[in-house]
Write a protein that binds this ligand. Sequence first.
Ligand code: HEC
Ligand code: HEC
Length: 159
Amino acid sequence: MKSLKLVTLATLVTLSVGATFSSVAASVPDEKVATLRQAPLDTNPTPPVMQKVRNTDVKQVRNYPMQPPVIPHKIDGYQIDLKVNKCMSCHARKRVGDSQAPMVSVTHYMDRENNFLADLSPRRYFCTQCHVPQLDAKTLVGNDFIDIDHLIKAEAAKH
Ligand code: HEC
Ligand code: HEC
């Protein structure tokens, strides 16, 4: 008897909550539903044009001391998986003679206890986790970051 009462109560709650939700949904017109697709749900919008990767081969300055440098060349189709690391075919210590690429820094050969390993540390294996190429894209949000060198200079100029 007791359990039957409980079940009835639960059904009532479910029914009333369900009813509230469906009445809310029904009152929002389709075109007002916020969606990142920027198009009605039943159409396929044209995707925006792909941005061009900057392929200048000119190293970029870093904005802060430990910034992973951005990649100044295309990386389309460069395979990085369990078996192959295309990046290391140029950037590994033993390959830079042939490739003339800058060697990955020594930190890439260190484990987290700062021991030097004979080969690339697993934690530095997936390069694009930290290094990214740049696009020729319009800045979406302004940036008023001032790096430490400019702050020091400004401070020195005051005295
Ligand atoms: C075919 C050889 C080659 C391959 C493959 C390659 N790179 Fe490079 N990379 C270079 C060379 C050469 C430079 C020096 C600048 C230039 O010429 O583009 C460079 C520059 C860089 C720099 C800039 C270093 C700095 O000090 O500013 C980064 C970061 C980098 N590469 C990351 C990568 C990553 C990540 C991959 C794999 C997704 C990769 N590279 C694959 C040859 C290569
Ligand atoms: C966990 C983040 C991380 C990963 C993963 C990583 N890097 Fe780096 N990389 C950095 C940072 C941070 C620096 C700059 C400071 C330093 O040298 O440690 C750097 C520096 C470099 C440099 C410049 C070296 C120099 O002396 O100027 C190159 C080239 C580079 N990385 C290539 C690679 C390649 C190729 C891979 C993949 C095999 C890779 N990195 C993986 C974070 C990373």
